[in-house]
Design a protein around this ligand. Structure first.
Ligand SMILES: [Fe+2]
Ligand SMILES: [Fe+2]
Length: 169
């Protein structure tokens, strides 16, 4: 994806890269050899990871997802076809509760640390989330953003990008 030219598509792409980098760090921390060994939440690097998990995932499944659903999926359906947006929306609906669960467990661990049970729950939710979200982002990068580039003209892209950056706060 080096040929995006519209401001809105570049913003969405940057969010996707931030999310993928975070998920890569999360998956590395949840490797199979970690199964019997909960992360030490006294370790600063672990605290940074859990803090980033909570903030990056929250932004992804609130403002980023909502903007795609409200402004972009309907537009894409109108101009191209509805199959892709319907599939992406279905994925959002599965990913959103998984992300919220992962965020809650990360925040809880920042306060209380992990025990065997909360660690198993965090690993399970985090690994499933990472797998689904990576696949979702890849689909948007391969099919959805290039489609949007065909649909939007520069003015509409700029207008939507301003609205998007405002929605992100
Ligand atoms: Fe999405
Ligand atoms: Fe996205």
């Amino acid at each position: 994806m080096h040929d995006l030219t519209l401001a809105l598509c570049i913003s969405l792409h940057e969010d996707h890269m931030t999310t993928l980098q975070l998920l890569e760090r999360l998956e590395a921390a949840l490797s199979p050899k970690s199964a019997q060994q909960p992360l030490d939440t006294g370790d600063m690097a672990v605290r940074n990871l859990l803090t980033d998990v909570a903030s990056v995932l929250k932004a992804e499944v609130t403002s980023h997802f909502a903007f795609e659903e409200e402004n972009l999926f309907p537009r894409f359906s109108e101009e191209l076809q509805s199959f892709v947006p319907e599939m992406l929306l279905g994925e959002h609906e599965i990913i959103r509760p998984l992300a919220n669960q992962t965020i809650d467990l990360a925040r809880q661990a920042l306060e209380e640390g992990f025990d065997a049970q909360s660690w198993a729950a965090f690993r399970e939710a985090g690994l499933e989330l990472a797998e689904r979200e990576v696949f979702h982002v890849q689909k948007e990068e391969m099919g959805f953003l290039p489609g949007l580039e065909q649909i939007l003209d520069e003015d509409e892209s700029t207008r939507l990008n301003v609205a998007y950056l405002q929605a992100k706060g």
